[in-house]
Design a protein around this ligand. Structure first.
Ligand code: GTP
Ligand code: MG
Length: 251
């Protein structure tokens, strides 16, 4: 079982990608299972084989402990730690090649808390990669794109797993914006020039050092531009996952 954790900014399209990527893998006759780890979600665009909502009850957390919306989500994810081996048992019975895991909307809930990294590791038995998904709105300015690098790198630091960075919803943006973003993501000199000309009036020196460090450590990596609505980029994403998990060979 190869696990892929789909993380990213709120509303970036994680659930839509879980659904679209599962469909794409099934076209290639790959046995896929999907997992929902968002305890608070009301509706999903797919039917998860394993669902955290079968193990923890968000509404009851709110009522019983008088918690706010985020406090209840935190409590649910913490409580789910006790059920991780039951969830794994459910998956083992299905014997999937790939398990796509949809994570909670509030990224920090899962990515920046120990219960999240514990669940990721225990559920997968350590065999997992991460997808970091950022909404296309982060392509408007170079500084927005740099903030995506910071966020995606922070996820990588937490999980220390092979990671694929993606920008979602590219069906919503004009071709020239997409082309400019492809350039930023593939050519660090272009990105740095664009970033410095935008931020000339801000704390440029600090920002430049941060960006230099990110580029030095390879945080730019490879970006895949996708749309779950049109399917664009999903072949590239699938190929990248195959390279990570099976050395490029079909499972
Ligand atoms: N146009 C377009 N809309 C998309 C795409 N992917 C997702 N959306 C829309 O974006 C909204 C959020 O999508 P979700 O899949 O729920 O995003 P999410 O990251 O799971 O959201 P949270 O779990 O609440 O953080 C929905 O209205 C989706 O229909 C896409 O590729 N193109
Ligand atoms: Mg979601």
């Amino acid at each position: 079982m190869n696990f892929v954790y789909i993380m990213g900014t709120a509303g970036s399209g994680k659930s839509a990608l879980t659904s679209a990527l599962a469909d794409r893998l099934r076209v290639s006759e790959i046995n896929v299972a999907t997992v929902n780890l968002d305890p608070g979600v009301r509706w999903l665009p797919y039917s998860p084989e394993v669902d955290i909502r079968d193990y923890v009850n968000y509404d009851r957390m709110v009522e019983d402990y008088k918690l706010g919306p985020n406090g209840a989500l935190v409590a649910c994810v913490d409580a789910a730690v006790n059920h991780v081996y039951e969830m794994r048992g459910e998956l083992e019975r299905l014997e999937p090649d790939y398990v796509l895991v949809d994570t909670p909307g509030q990224m920090e809930l899962f990515a920046y808390r120990d219960s999240g990294t514990f669940i990721a590791s225990a559920l997968s038995g350590g065999n997992f990669s991460t997808i970091f998904l950022a909404d296309q709105i982060f392509l408007n300015k170079p500084s927005d794109f740099v903030s995506v690098l910071l966020l995606s790198y922070s996820v990588h630091v937490r999980f220390r797993a092979p990671q694929v960075n993606c920008v979602s919803k590219i069906d919503l943006i004009p071709e020239e914006v997409l082309e400019r973003a492809r350039l930023w993501s593939s050519d660090s000199v272009t990105l740095k020039d664009a970033f410095l000309s935008e931020t000339a009036d801000l704390k440029t020196e600090i920002s430049e050092r941060i960006l230099d460090s990110l580029l030095d450590i390879g945080a730019l990596g490879e970006f895949i531009f996708i749309s779950s609505n049109t399917g664009e980029g999903l072949d590239d994403l699938y190929a990248q996952l195959q390279r990570i998990h099976t050395g490029g060979i079909d499972v």
